[in-house]
Design a protein around this ligand. Sequence first.
Ligand code: SF4
Length: 271
Amino acid sequence: MKASRFLKVLKLTKTTLSEYKNWGEGEIYKAKKIVNNQTYSSDNDNDKEILQNDISVSEPQAKYSSIQSQPSQDTGKTLEALKEKLKNCKDCPLGEHRLNCVFGEGDSNAKLMFIGEGPGYDEDHQGRPFIGRAGQLLTKIIEAMGYQRQEVYITNIVKCHPMKEANPELRSNDRPPLPEETSKCKKYLDMQIDIIKPKIIITLGAPSSKTLLNSEKTISDLRGEFFTYNGITLMPTYHPAALLRNPSLKKPVWEDMKKVIKFLKEKGFSR
Ligand code: SF4
C-alpha cells in the first residue's frame, strides 16, 4: 500500500474510532472493518446471522406520483434551479413564517439519500438540513457507514420549519409536519429524487417513512425492512432525534444501516 493511501486509511480509521463513545465497542469494530476493507464483513456470530438473512424487498407500497424527468447530464445545475425556485415557495402555510427554505444538501449524484421530517430552529436559521444535535449524530452514522456527509444527499419531507408557535426565534418550538403540509411539499421531494436518482433512500422517522410508503404503520413496525418508492429501494429507520432521546434505539438503527451497506455491496454500488 502506498504511504499516502495508508495515511488516508489511518485517518479514516481514527475518525471512525472516535465513534466509540456513541456507538459502542461492537459497532465501532464493525465500522472499522468497513473503513479498512471498503466493504462490510464481520467475524461476529450475531452479525453472520444477520448477514446470512436474505434481504427481502417488499412490493411497492407507495404510489408513483408522476413528475417530469429532469435532464440528468448536469444534476447539480438542475437541483440548484429547483432550489432557487423553492426559495420563495408559499405552497403551504409553513412558507409564511420560515426564515429559510431548507432545500437539502450533498452530492447531486449520491447513491444514498436521507430524508428526515423537517428543519428545526438551527436549520431554519442557517438554511441547511440536519446541522443541530440530531444532524451531528446523523453525520456520525453516515461516517460509521464508511461515507462522508458530502457524499450522500440529505433533505426533509418538508422544506420549511414546522413550528408550534409561529415564531422562528423561539427554541423548542418544533413539531412534526402535518399531513396537509407533507402532501403539498412532497412533489418537490419527488423532483429531488428524480434528479438525484439515488440507489437507496433512507427515511428517518415516522413522517417521511409513512408519507413515502403511504402507510399508517408505526416507525417501529416499518423500520428494518426494504420497500421500494418510485422504483428506488427504501429503508425506513428511526430519526436521529429519537436516538438522542432514547439511546437504546442506536442498536436497531445500526442493524438497519448494516442492511443498507450489504445491499449497496451486493448490488455493486459500494464505494
Ligand atoms: S414546506 Fe414545502 S410546500 Fe410548504 S412552503 Fe415550504 S417549500 Fe413550499
